[in-house]
Design a protein around this ligand. Structure first.
Ligand code: AMP
Ligand code: ZN
Length: 465
């Protein structure tokens, strides 16, 4: 097999490097998954979409059966305990419900299912085994029913995050406890009260700390050292730093994973997303309600909006960007549907799309190629349309069955014409020319479009399905 030229930015080295898998017949990737206690927000969707694109690319480059993608489900966590108590349901009920919603949300976003989605609660034995080895190796100690990782036992601690030592100590001091020997030591295992979930262990009944979960699940499903580890940039410290410390010290390896990849943060309408700022947006409400920007947004539109920005850049998630993505996708879909003689979408993606993604997932450049194809396509069915269809499927922006459907009325709406009519109607209203304003409204509605006059004097529109 020719060696594909994939280059990825590695947080560990802070450089873009040629990707060389440990075993090209078994390329292995681990991504930190959700803690299932509440609806996932649109920021959580970013790593899921980004690493889905990478998964698709790896499968294309190395063959579908030669890539193993593991994304865990954190179903033991103190936030889960608190929420279950608040809602008066069992932990199991809460984690099952939340996981089901998460799976449906990310499927709607066009993400393939990872090969394995391990649950933390099903890997307690592996966690205990790692902790025992760490204790035996002098990297961890038990104290007061807790087991702590001894940070001074690992000289290379901090290599990933490159944080100055005093900053790490200051961060860790938030969590001072009498059982800690070193300021930066972190919890591997902690005791559980009778009402908290717990498992029997050599240190009494207890439950794992968060970081150990990922060391255990990645080990079980991918081995001691694997190719790619991913997650959001906020996980670099302390979560990934601690995963590395645990796994490397347990297995006595030079690295835990060769390449560490992190997506940038997402903010909403220019602000950090938070419940208190009132701009907290869940994937579920974007897909099923009109709460954000007055529209229900389809999964592919949300996905396209996300992929227009490079994954390492911060992204500002706005209703305006969603509207732009919606129009673009409509245009592409209309053209791609022209091509469909059944099999076009099974074609391979275009070389320039693969090349763009192979350059550290340059999705922006890949999407520019779609625009280029669209612009070269003629009126009827031709190869450019077929390529467009194949690329849309490859990028997870359309499914084959979706492309085979006839293009529905609403996507053939001429957006420029709608905008012109709306502007004319607003002018007529400003001049109090009501008959003209009504006539224009009728003309717009006849195109299959509904309009909404907003309090701020603007008019938004939507194509009726
Ligand atoms: P959490 O449930 O907070 O552990 O987050 C799950 C995943 O979503 C992790 O990979 C986080 O890094 C990522 N994530 C959380 N918030 C954001 C955000 N606002 N933007 C991008 N990624 C995020
Ligand atoms: Zn993790």
């Amino acid at each position: 097999m020719p060696t594909p030229s994939l280059r990825l930015y590695n947080t560990l080295t802070r450089t873009k490097e040629d990707f060389v898998p440990i075993d090209a017949a078994n390329v292995r990737m681990y991504v930190c998954g959700p803690t299932v206690y509440d609806y996932a927000h649109i920021g959580n969707a970013r790593p899921v979409i980004v690493f889905d694109v990478l998964y698709r690319l790896l499968r294309h480059l190395y063959g579908e059966s030669h890539v193993k993608y593991v994304r865990n489900i954190t179903d033991v966590d103190d936030k889960i305990n608190a929420r279950a108590a608040e809602r008066g349901i069992s932990i199991r009920e809460l984690t099952e419900q939340t996981n089901e919603i998460f799976q449906a949300d990310v499927k709607a976003l066009g993400c393939l299912e990872p090969d394995v989605q391990p649950r933390a609660t099903e890997h307690i034995a592996e966690m205990i085994a790692i902790i025992e080895r760490l204790i035996a190796g002098g990297h961890a100690y038990a104290a007061d029913g807790h087991v702590l990782f001894s940070v001074p036992s690992m000289p290379e601690y901090g290599r990933l995050s490159r944080r100055p030592l005093d900053e790490m100590i200051a961060g860790a001091r938030v969590d001072v406890a009498p059982y800690k020997k070193g300021d930066m030591d972190f919890v591997l295992w902690k005791p559980s009260s009778a009402s908290e979930p717990g498992w029997d262990s050599p240190w009494g009944r207890g439950r794992p700390g968060w970081h150990i979960e990922c060391s255990a699940m990645s080990w079980k499903h991918l081995g001691e050292v694997f190719d790619i580890h991913g997650g959001g940039i906020d996980l670099v410290f302390p979560h990934h730093e601690n995963e590395i410390a645990q796994s490397r010290c347990c297995f006595d390896t030079q690295v835990m994973a060769n390449v560490w990849m992190h997506n940038g943060f997402l903010q909403v309408e220019g602000e950090k997303m938070s419940k208190s700022a009132g701009n907290f947006v869940t994937i579920n409400e974007l897909l099923h309600t009109e709460r954000f920007g007055g529209h229900v947004w389809s999964g592919p539109v949300l996905r396209l909006a996300m992929l227009r920005t490079h994954y390492r850049q911060p992204i500002d998630f706005t209703a305006k960007a969603l509207e732009e993505a919606r129009r673009k996708l409509d245009t592409w879909m209309r053209a791609a549907r022209l091509a469909l003689d059944g099999e076009a979408a099974s074609q391979a993606p275009s070389d320039d799309v693969v090349a763009a993604l192979s350059d550290d997932l340059n999705t922006h450049a890949a999407l520019t190629s779609l625009d280029r194809l669209f612009n070269t396509a003629g009126e009827g069915q031709d190869d450019a349309h077929r390529q467009l269809a194949a690329n849309l499927v490859f990028l997870g922006l359309a499914s084959r069955s979706e492309l085979k459907k006839p293009h529905v009325e609403f996507v053939s709406v001429d957006a420029d014409k709608v905008e012109t009519l709306i502007a004319a109607r607003l002018a007529a209203r400003a001049a109090k020319n009501w008959p003209e304003s009504d006539r224009l409204r009728d003309e717009i509605v006849a195109m299959g479009v509904t309009i909404k006059d907003n309090k701020d004097g603007t008019t938004t529109w939507e194509v009726k399905r």
